[in-house]
Ligand binder design. Structure first.
Ligand SMILES: [Zn+2]
Length: 149
């Protein structure tokens, strides 16, 4: 790992920097609040972006769709489907937690296909994992590494 200045970072230094980054961009878990506001229709689920995970096109080989058996330039890396099979069979992402996040960070999460609820009251990330620190999430580490490059 390298810092912006190009020096090599130890694992501990990276963890500390990642922890600070997460503290700055991810404010607080408000799952109960958001669930209640959705239930009472104060918030609308129509404001949820990336309700469905977008097709990622990151699988290049093998390039045969697992459903239609057709050959394609790229497939979805998680399901192994071509774009049209993927769109025919997609299901809403499973959101376990709602986290209030910074506006800047919400845009990075959106680009990674994460669910974001953005309304007049705030911006929440619909986290599809639970039971571990947010800094351990693959998507959080990916965003961190992308901006540090
Ligand atoms: Zn297909």
């Amino acid at each position: 790992m390298k810092t912006k200045g190009g020096e090599v970072m130890t694992i501990q230094e990276r963890e500390d920097a990642l922890g600070k980054f997460v503290e700055r961009e991810i404010y607080v878990c408000q799952s109960a609040l958001v669930e209640e506001a959705l239930k009472k229709q104060i918030f609308s689920i129509d404001d949820l972006e990336n309700k469905y995970r977008p097709f990622d096109g990151r699988l290049i080989t093998p390039n045969v769709c697992v459903r239609c058996q057709g050959e394609f330039i790229c497939l979805d890396s998680e399901t192994g489907e071509c774009e049209s099979c993927f769109e025919d069979h997609q299901e809403p992402q499973d959101i376990y937690e709602w986290w209030l996040v910074s506006p800047w960070f919400s845009k990075r999460l959106l680009m990674e296909g994460e669910p974001i609820l953005d309304n007049d009251y705030g911006i929440w990330w619909g986290r599809c994992t639970t039971g571990q620190a947010t800094s351990m999430d693959y998507v959080i580490q990916k965003i961190y590494d992308d901006i540090m490059q």
